[in-house]
Design a protein around this ligand. Structure first.
Ligand code: ADE
Length: 270
């Protein structure tokens, strides 16, 4: 998979040299290219921003450097509109608190793409016309990490590349570890323990020590449901009740939920 990132702080993205993503790059599984937006400025101060039309606080990123950077990555001259060749266009992901929320499902989908391009905005954002311009060469998708505001897109891009990159086949050594993890089936992960069996007077739950794998699997499933009900009840309410067995329903009942008209709802008075 090829990934391009455009930023005015390319050094922020140096974290992509280390750990699993760094190894995947060295192994040739991820072709990550970082670009400095200021390489596409031509004035003495390498200006990338200007005051907003209509007034208001802060600065807006100028369109010209973005147009040139994005055209260079797409391999087109800025003045030539692209032929509309549908979904073979690379995907341009623009981190923004005004985007659609990035989820594990989105990470899964994006991990199957050949080419992702990330445009890291700073200040109050990028001139809106850049999105229209980019749509001639890219499928454009603004994406948000969540309902909070960062100073720029770089930290969000680090998070997204890690979430997407680890799903690319071969990046994580043991693919089984991708199956049983938080969010992969709409539930949070169960709690995990390692040696020693007693630490600071606290014991590992007995069920994990007796080698009864069926019982361990059932208990872990119940822990997942209990933990998700306590921390993320919104995820419980959107589960498909047909995926729940009798044990699951019982666990959810004790956690304050019931099934009514084919949906999971809060028990009255909970
Ligand atoms: N840039 C600023 N805030 C952001 C957020 N919440 N998600 C993604 N990109 C951002």
């Amino acid at each position: 998979m090829r990934i391009d990132v455009v930023s005015i702080f390319p050094e922020y993205l140096q974290a992509l040299d280390i750990s699993l993503i760094g190894k995947a790059r060295r192994d040739g599984l991820l072709d990550v290219r970082i670009h400095d937006l200021r390489e596409h400025t031509y004035d003495r101060h390498r200006t990338v921003d200007d005051t907003p039309y209509g007034g208001g606080a802060g600065m807006v990123m100028k369109p010209e450097p973005w147009a040139e950077a994005l055209s260079a990555i797409a391999g087109v001259a800025p003045e030539i509109p692209a032929a509309d060749d549908g979904d073979s266009r690379p995907l341009l992901l623009v981190p923004s608190p005004a985007g659609e929320v990035f989820t594990q499902a989105m990470a899964q989908e994006l991990s199957t793409r050949d080419h992702l391009v990330f445009a890291c905005g700073r200040y109050e954002g990028i001139d809106e016309r850049v999105y229209e311009y980019a749509a001639e060469h890219y499928e454009v998708r603004p994406v948000s990490l969540g309902d909070y505001v960062l100073n720029g897109g770089e930290v969000a891009v680090l998070a997204m590349i890690e979430a997407i990159g680890r799903l690319v086949p071969g990046v994580v050594g043991n693919p089984e570890s991708l199956i049983e993890e938080s969010h992969s089936e709409g539930l949070l992960e169960y709690p995990v323990y390692t040696k020693p069996a007693v630490w600071e007077g606290r014991e590992v739950p007995e069920v994990l020590l007796n080698g009864n794998h069926g019982k361990i699997a059932r208990t872990r499933r119940a822990w997942q449901l209990e933990r998700t009900a306590a921390r993320r009840p919104d995820l419980i309410r959107v589960l498909d009740p047909s995926t729940l067995n009798r044990h699951d329903r019982d666990t959810l009942w004790h956690a304050g939920f019931m099934i009514e008209d084919g949906r999971i709802v809060d028990k009255p008075g909970e």
